[in-house]
Ligand binder design. Sequence first.
Ligand code: PMP
Length: 401
Amino acid sequence: MNKLLQARIATFTAAKEARERGIYPYFRPISSAQDTEVIIEGKRVLMFGSNSYLGLTNHPRIKEAAQKAIEKYGTGCAGSRFLNGTLDIHIELEDRIAAFTGKPAALIFSTGFQVNLGVMSSLTGRNDYLILDEYDHASIYDGTRLSFSRVIKYGHNDMNDLARRLSMLPEEAIKLIVVDGIFSMEGDLAKLPEIVTLAEQYGATVVVDDAHSLGVIGDKGAGTASHFKLDDKVDIITGTFSKSLASLGGFVASDRDTIDYLKHQARSLIFSASMTPSSAASVLAALDILETEPQHMEQLWNNTRYAMHLLKEEGFDIGDTESPIIPIYVRDNEKTFIVTSLLQQQGVFVNPVVSPAVPSHASLLRFSLMATHTFSQIEEAVEKLAYTFKQVGVLKIKERI
Ligand code: PMP
C-alpha cells in the first residue's frame, strides 16, 4: 500500500486505544434475536439500545411472512427496481405505505439511508437551497453533499434562526426544509407547526424524515405529520423499515408526480439492487400488526413514561426528550465509554454517543424503549445506571450545584 495512505490510516488511533483499555463499545456481536434480552459472549444482556420500538423483530407472524416470501420468490432480486428487480410485492408495499402515510404515492428503497441520499440529491439544483436542522441525520447531510445546491444549517429546533435564514433567500429559488420528525439521538420532536407556517410564508417545501416516528407517534403510528394533524402541509415524507417495522429498507411518500420524478432521478434507487423479498414481506406483515393491534404502541408509551419517571426521579439529565429515545447525558466522551462498558458487564446494553456525532460536552447514553420491555427490566436497568454513574463519578442533575 502507498506509504502516504498507510501513514494517514495510522493516524486513526482512537479505536485501538479504546480496545487496549477494554472500553471499546462498537460492533458488539449479538448471538440471539434482537429482543429485550440478547446474548452477548454467552451472557444475557438487557437490550436498551434497539430501534425496534414495537418489539416486532421476533414476531411469529412476521417471521412466517418472511419465510413464505423466500419460498415463493427466493432470497434476492438480483437487480435494481429500475430493471429486473421489481416484484409485485414491492408494488403492493408501495401502495400500503402510501395509504399508511396518507400520501397518493410511495417509492421503496433498499435502506432508509439510500432514500435520503436519493431524495436530497435529486430535487434541487445549483441555485436552490436545502435548509437543515443542525441535528438532522447523517443520511440527510450526506444526501445534500451529492446535490449541487446550497446547504443552510439552522440551530436545533430554533425557529427564530430558521425564520431569519429563510428571510435572506431569493424568492425565485427552490427551498427545501428537511427535518427529522423525532430526532434520532435527542428524542425530541421537530417543531412542525412553526416549520410549516414559515414554509408557507417563504414558499418552501417541507420534507420530514419519519425514521423514528413510524409506529411511535401519529394515528396508528403514521408519523409526525399525523401527530400534529398537518398531513396536508408536509409535502414529502421519508422513512425506514429498519426500526418499528422490523425489517430493512426505506421509502419516500409524496404526490404521484414527485414519486415518478424520483423513480427516474434518484441514483441510490436506480443503481442499487431492490429490497429482498423477505424484507418486503416482513414490512407488509408488520403493517398488518400496526394497523390492527394498537396495544403495541400503547405499551411502548407506558414503558416510555415509566422509564422517564424513574430516570427523572433518580436525578438523571435526560434533556428534552418526548419519545422512546431517551438521552442520558454524561457530558464527557471518556466517561461515556467507561459507563457503557461497565453497564454491559452488569448486563445492560446502551449506546454511547460521543463527539463528533455530538459535541463532547453533550456526549450521552442513548437509552431506548421497546413495547416488549417489562417494568421490571426497566427498573433493573435504571438501578444499574444509577449505581454505575456513582461508581464512575458522573454527576447526575440533582447533584449538580
Ligand atoms: N434517518 C434517520 C433519522 C435515521 O436515524 C436513520 C437510521 N439510524 C436513517 C434515516 C437510515 O435508515 P436505515 O437504517 O434504513 O438506513
